[in-house]
Unconditional design. Structure first.
Length: 365
């Protein structure tokens, strides 16, 4: 009886062990699935932006996006060159989902380095952004124009009649023009657009004429060019549209506000292809760990709420229809001008090296 009892006990014990092993296997599988689910959920609820725009108001916009969607925005701010260098060095290990920066030339050049991917093709993007302001890798979320500012006291209407970017090389402007350095991305994109429309040789000749007309060696930012016209150091300047509104707002001080009131804006090439346009762009980074959330954020940036935030805080032109620019833009720059909608902004990156080459050869410092 004792042997039988022991065998039965051992049999029961063996069965218990098997049951426990099966049970533990099931528990382990459930735990693994739960861990994977939680991890996936965590990833699905964030988006990482490498941001080269220098507007504090942008952070407020991303907070609005988080409140609407529950998707956390991780913002990594820095200068464009430093951010691009980091993403390139990190490669497949980069956490970047979106690269947001000013100027299509930067987005185009970044794409050329193989650092972006297709995917920005949502219905919102296709219906909101004109084809010349987007690719499948990056899209414009706000617009700006690079125009001419002049002194109404020293420049006549006759001189400006029919004025074009090409006309900046006209000898009548000798000693009267100020413009930023050739290394500036806005100028590289402007010259890249001229190469796209007129060819490299014609643009090289144009660059020599521009240098000959400069009132001084290039220096300072866009606002410094406007300040130079106001101070009588030059009669005309080239700068982006939003800078005048920024100065008029008083956010840069009383001196700049007073200077902005002394100049007038002129939109070139109105009888031809239209005024040179550029964008703030969002690029979908190659290997983005949160691709779906990145696309959702771009869609949000093209909403009326986000576009109004841009226009009221950065003084840019809206990308979508139905949204009005800031009153300072409307009242001092106007809306009745022909935009260049035929030149694809993707050409700015493509022609960027050639643009710098012709400016350097012309002695444009």
């Amino acid at each position: 009886m004792r042997l039988i009892t022991i065998r039965i006990a051992n049999n029961y014990h063996s069965q218990d062990n098997n049951i426990n092993k099966d049970y533990m296997k099931k528990i382990s599988i459930i735990a693994l699935i739960t861990t994977l689910f939680v991890s996936a959920f965590a990833v699905a609820n964030e988006v990482n932006i490498f941001n080269a725009r220098h507007y504090k108001a942008d952070a407020e916009l991303y907070n609005k996006f988080t409140k609407k969607t529950g998707i956390k925005v991780n913002l990594i701010n820095g200068k464009a060159g430093a951010l691009e260098k980091r993403m390139i060095e990190e490669g497949a290990d980069s956490s970047a989902d979106l690269y947001i920066t000013a100027d299509a030339g930067r987005c185009g050049a970044f794409q050329a380095k193989g650092m972006t991917q297709k995917g920005l093709t949502s219905p919102t993007i296709k219906s909101s952004v004109p084809k010349n302001f987007r690719t499948t890798h990056w899209v414009g979320v706000a617009k700006r124009a690079r125009i001419i500012y002049y002194s109404p006291e020293r420049v006549t209407g006759a001189e400006l009649s029919g004025m074009t970017y090409e006309g900046l090389a006209d000898p009548k402007w000798k000693g009267r023009l100020v413009i930023r350095k050739s290394s500036n991305i806005y100028n590289k994109s402007l010259v890249a657009s001229l190469i796209e429309n007129n060819g490299k040789k014609a643009t090289a000749d144009w660059a020599k004429g521009v240098v000959a007309n400069m009132a001084r060696d290039s220096k300072g930012n866009d606002r410094a060019q406007i300040m130079a016209v106001a101070a009588g150091e030059a009669d005309i300047a080239v700068a982006n549209t939003y800078y005048l509104a920024l100065m008029l707002s008083g956010k840069k001080g009383a001196e700049q506000q007073a200077a902005a009131k002394k100049v007038k804006a002129f939109f070139p090439n109105q009888q031809g292809r239209g005024t040179h346009m550029n964008i703030s762009c969002a690029a979908l980074v190659k290997g983005a760990p949160n691709k779906a959330n990145a696309i959702a954020l771009v869609d949000y940036l093209l909403s009326a709420e986000a576009q109004e935030h841009f226009t009221n805080n950065t003084f840019e032109f809206p990308m979508i229809g139905g949204v009005s620019p800031n009153p300072l833009v409307v009242n001092n720059l106007g809306l009745d001008f022909n935009q260049d909608l035929s030149t694809k902004v993707a050409s700015y990156g493509k022609n960027q090296a050639a643009a710098l080459e012709v400016m350097t050869a012309a002695g444009w410092k």
